[in-house]
Design a protein around this ligand. Structure first.
Ligand SMILES: NC(=O)c1ccc[n+]([C@@H]2O[C@H](COP(=O)([O-])OP(=O)(O)OC[C@H]3O[C@@H](n4cnc5c(N)ncnc54)[C@H](OP(=O)(O)O)[C@@H]3O)[C@@H](O)[C@H]2O)c1
Length: 260
């Protein structure tokens, strides 16, 4: 993979490229990672896999290797059949050298318990999966020890409270892997510090769901959902641009307050 900006480099070190320099706006740092077609679609037949490529998987691995926790919306966890994070031995060693656990835990954001509790994500093992949910929500079944509940908000998930609760557990660097509804809620609350967007060299078309077997297209954009108090047009600052096989990998920082 080559870098085009900030300066041309023929073969980039992804972990170095995506290392976090400046802190975020709060005590935590929230990085959103998504892949999108050129016409803004984030899923093909309900899943993101058809949009990505090997380079995208490499970037995601680097991003996961750097974060303290992976945050994901319940619908994405369900649609993409989420499992615990896996990393090659050298990236686990690098995490240990930085004082992190060998693997980042997955934190699923949900209002309830409609999840596949038989999946690897919720089975015994390390690191324990986190369930970010409103107060009072508990995983079903007698053995709850495989999951750590992070209560955040009453009736609905308060995302600021969720980030604060993760921070209290030593999980400061948050990699949000979507989906669009969770991204939009984070963005609307002014909680996104950085966007890592892969532009896939694909046009999906407005009716891809209908064309691909009747799947009804979900949210079309990387962030899509009800607005919030911090919603406004805003300009992001390009930190780096990488390229491989026509895929463009943009890393953008949230702009300063007041920019539009
Ligand atoms: N292209 C990509 O990079 C990419 C990445 C991720 C996902 N996707 C695609 O995006 C689709 C899923 O995205 P989605 O937007 O439908 O769902 P989502 O953002 O993954 O999950 C939304 C769910 O999160 C839970 N939630 C709880 N509190 C929330 C809050 N305060 N704000 C937002 N969500 C909250 C709710 O779960 P409950 O309903 O359980 O209460 C809500 O239904 C899938 O098709 C997936 O393949 C694409």
């Amino acid at each position: 993979m080559r870098a085009l900006l900030p300066q041309p480099v023929e073969a980039v070190d992804l972990v170095e490229t995506y290392s976090v320099g400046a802190p975020g706006n709060g005590p935590w740092f929230v990085r959103v990672s998504m892949v999108s077609s050129l016409d803004g679609a984030v899923a093909l037949a309900g899943r993101s896999g058809g949009l990505g490529g090997e380079g995208d998987r490499q970037v995601l691995r680097a991003l996961r290797s750097l974060c303290d926790v992976v945050l994901v919306g319940a619908r994405t966890a369900r649609a993409e059949h989420y499992r615990r994070a896996r990393l090659p031995a050298e990236l686990q060693q690098a995490r240990l050298a930085r004082g992190q656990g060998p693997l980042p835990p997955i934190a699923v954001v949900t209002r309830g318990t409609d999840l596949d509790w038989s999946s690897d994500l919720f089975g015994a093992g390390e690191p324990r999966t986190l369930l970010v949910a409103p107060e009072g929500v508990e995983p079903p079944g007698p053995d709850r020890s495989a999951v750590e509940v992070v209560p955040a908000g009453k009736g609905a998930v308060d995302l600021r409270a969720a980030l604060s609760a993760l921070h209290e557990r030593g999980l400061h660097h948050v990699l949000c892997e979507g989906g669009p509804t969770l991204n939009a809620a984070l963005s609307a609350a002014g909680l996104v510090d950085e966007l890592c967007l892969t532009m896939s060299p694909m046009l999906v078309g407005p009716r891809e769901g209908a064309l691909l077997g009747g799947w009804s297209a979900g949210p079309a954009r990387w962030a899509d959902g009800p607005g919030g108090p911090d919603d406004r047009p805003r300009r992001l600052r390009l930190l780096s641009l990488l390229e491989e096989e026509g895929f463009l990998f943009l890393r953008l920082a949230a702009s300063e307050p007041g920019d539009a």
